[in-house]
Design a protein around this ligand. Structure first.
Ligand code: IBG
Length: 222
């Protein structure tokens, strides 16, 4: 058995994408086993490897981890991306939960009916620009550092960059009123491991399209 973490999920972003981002940013190579049919998911369930019968599931360090947040926290702590003390960790958690809420809105967008999609897209843009981005812009302004927490790259920065790129897919000029976030984006995109993950051919997944929504609906009955 190789020492690489093995990720079990669909060949899509969904709830696994932030895990891919964090591993890639930490410079950790990983393998992926894609769930392509309902039967693939049933097999994992019948094998008894899904604690709550759900994915994402990540095989790492002899564990079969489930629950996205638990997996992410483990990786962040293991690879020194989770602050130097409890207070830094608390800030990282707050920032990460904020970006998770924003990304959650975007993640469910392709699954919504056409008539509510437009309204929700407008809500995402409003929330990004009036609730979430101002917080990160102010944090960077107030402490004047390159990174959100502790003057050092953390899970909070990696998660925020993922959220920024996702919101830019909704509205390309969404950062126009946020100069420090624009500079932040440029800096974090240039972290060598992240730069590599952003290159074509990496394990980063494309935006969820209609074809994929149909596959996911079938596998997960949603
Ligand atoms: N709290 C869990 C976590 O955070 O990991 C929730 C996991 C979860 O809901 N997993 C879904 C699942 O296994 C797949 S993600 N469902 C089967 C079941 O029986 O609950 C599905 C999803 C995609 C894209 I793909 C967007 C939103 C959801």
């Amino acid at each position: 058995m190789s020492g690489k973490p093995k990720l079990h999920y669909c060949n899509a972003r969904g709830r696994m994408e932030s895990i891919r981002w964090l591993l890639a940013a930490a410079g950790v190579e990983f393998e992926e086993e894609f769930i392509e049919t309902k039967e693939d998911l049933e097999k994992l369930r019948n094998d008894g490897v899904l604690l709550f019968q759900q994915v994402p599931m990540v095989e790492i360090d002899g564990m079969k981890m489930v629950q996205t947040r638990a997996i992410l926290s483990y990786i962040a702590a293991k690879y020194n991306l989770y602050g130097k003390d409890l207070k830094e960790r608390a800030w990282i958690d707050m920032y990460v939960e904020g970006t998770t809420d924003l990304m959650g809105m975007i993640m469910y967008l392709p699954f919504q009916p056409a008539d509510t999609k437009e309204k929700n897209l407008a809500l995402i843009i409003e929330r990004a620009t009036t609730r979430y981005f101002p917080v990160y812009e102010k944090a960077l302004k107030d402490h004047g550092h390159d990174y959100l927490v502790g003057n050092k790259l953390s899970w909070a920065d990696i998660h925020l960059l993922e959220a920024i790129l996702m919101t830019e897919e909704c509205k390309p000029d969404i950062l126009s009123a946020f100069p420090l976030l624009q500079a932040f984006k440029g800096r974090i995109c240039n972290v060598p491991t992240i730069k590599k993950f952003l290159q074509p051919g990496s394990q980063r997944k494309p935006p969820t399209d209609e074809k994929f929504v149909a596959v996911v609906r079938k596998i997960f009955n949603i």
